[in-house]
Design a protein around this ligand. Structure first.
Ligand code: CO8
Length: 372
């Protein structure tokens, strides 16, 4: 059974915050804190907070801007977190609403009616509620059939969901699947933390996967193979969870947000990912030179340069490993799919590409595709 990707979609939030604007707000917060603590700082009891800088952010990460659901709450130094309204149970959830936009675009590209979908997977780093599943709500509001469920493998959620969807199609449990990645990373980011306040943005992506014999789209990418790997690490961690209430943990404590050791992640994850891609290509009898495009996870430009060099054995050609994190920042599982969505139309028939995501867990997922 041949499984093909026939459509992709992207929801981009309406508000962009560039580095200068984010840094100005962060630095105003720092100045206010240092003034408030001036006596303790002068007495040597407390170290003053240091300013952030746009130059550092671009140099260390390649990020220049990010899209967010709400900019005002993030930039307000009395709040420094997005302000999203709690919704009535009968109104569409926020992630469902993001998913509807991305899913409808993906369905349009695939030339498929929502009713033709028989599996919906919502896969992302953070879900707005434990149940009912966001995927089941999305299935109903789209008018899709079959079954739906949520899953979370942090930044690797999309590639893990692609494997799950492809396997369901191969097994005959579904003929057409929709994989949707609504990432609201701004809600779990500590905007008061100099080391990480610039890292994330919000976005939602969607892909349609089908059995080749029912697909109608001209643009098809055959899924040649999928390979997943996980290895436990605390280097990226978030302790927010339903047990916080019963352990009497402080729900506002900083460990209930995204926390990472960035350098360690860089050092440990790059070799793991390069090895995963090389082994996967090898198992498919594909030489690295056969790879026309690498749609890599979008966390850090230097990470992507290094991984691309290790996989290809040389620097990638211009556009061979497209970067979208300059405009979107890290959008967790959506990142590699945004890269695919914006950079696949020009590929000729038979060109091979690799979607690869990596992140917390650690987890990494590799999907090798060939344009039909
Ligand atoms: N402005 C100015 N200077 C700064 C700043 C700043 N904002 N921040 C740090 N510095 C300074 C430091 O103080 C340090 O100074 P000194 O050398 O004097 O001590 C210097 O800059 C260097 O600091 P670092 O070593 O921390 O900087 P790096 O060069 O390592 O860059 C990065 C930091 C950009 C974070 C980098 O390490 C990185 O990108 N690492 C990889 C991270 C990664 O890929 N993580 C994946 C996580 S994503 C994921 O899995 C999803 C999880 C779920 C998402 C949930 C949504 C929120």
């Amino acid at each position: 059974m041949t499984v093909v990707i026939t459509g992709s979609g992207l929801y981009t939030p309406p508000n962009a915050i560039d580095n200068d604007t984010l840094v100005a707000s962060y630095n105003a917060f720092v100045d206010a804190e240092n003034t408030r603590n001036s006596e303790a700082i002068e007495a040597g009891e407390l170290a003053p907070l240091a300013h952030s800088s746009s130059e550092f952010i671009v140099k260390a990460s390649g990020i220049e801007s990010r899209y967010v659901l709400d900019a005002e709450g993030i930039l307000d130094i009395e709040r420094m977190r997005p302000r999203l309204d709690e919704r009535d149970n009968e109104a569409p959830g926020i992630q469902c609403e993001m998913g509807l936009v991305a899913a409808r675009e993906a369905l349009e590209h695939a030339g498929v009616e929502a009713a033709g979908i028989d599996l919906v997977i919502v896969a992302c780093s953070n879900l707005e509620r434990p149940y009912p599943a966001v995927a089941v709500e999305l299935q109903q509001r789209l008018g899709a059939g079959g079954y739906a469920f949520d899953m979370n493998v942090a930044c690797s959620s999309a590639t893990f969901a692609i494997e799950t969807a492809a396997n369901a199609i191969r097994a005959g449990s579904a003929r057409r699947a929709l994989v949707v990645n609504p990432e609201i990373c701004s809600a779990h980011l500590n905007f008061r933390d100099r080391d990480s306040h610039f890292i994330f943005g919000d976005a939602c992506t969607a892909l349609v996967l089908e059995a080749d014999d029912v697909a109608v789209s001209e643009t098809r990418f055959e899924v040649l193979g999928t390979r997943l790997v996980t290895q436990f690490s605390n280097a990226i961690r978030n302790n927010s969870g339903f047990l916080n209430r019963v352990t009497d943990a402080d729900p506002q404590a900083l460990d209930k947000l995204f926390v990472q050791e960035g350098r360690r992640v860089f050092k440990e994850v790059c070799p793991m990912v390069a090895q995963l891609i090389r082994d996967h290509l090898d198992s498919l009898d594909l030489a690295p030179s056969a790879v026309a495009r690498l749609w890599l996870h979008q966390a850090n430009r230097h990470m992507n340069d290094l991984i691309a060099r290790r996989v290809l054995g040389q620097d990638p050609a211009p556009d061979q490993a497209p970067i979208i994190l300059d405009r979107y920042a890290n959008t967790s599982s959506a990142g590699s799919i945004i890269a695919f969505h914006l950079h696949h139309q020009d590929m000729p028939a038979k060109a091979v590409g690799v979607v690869c995501s990596f992140g917390a867990g650690y987890s990494a997922g590799c999907v090798v595709v060939r344009r039909c």
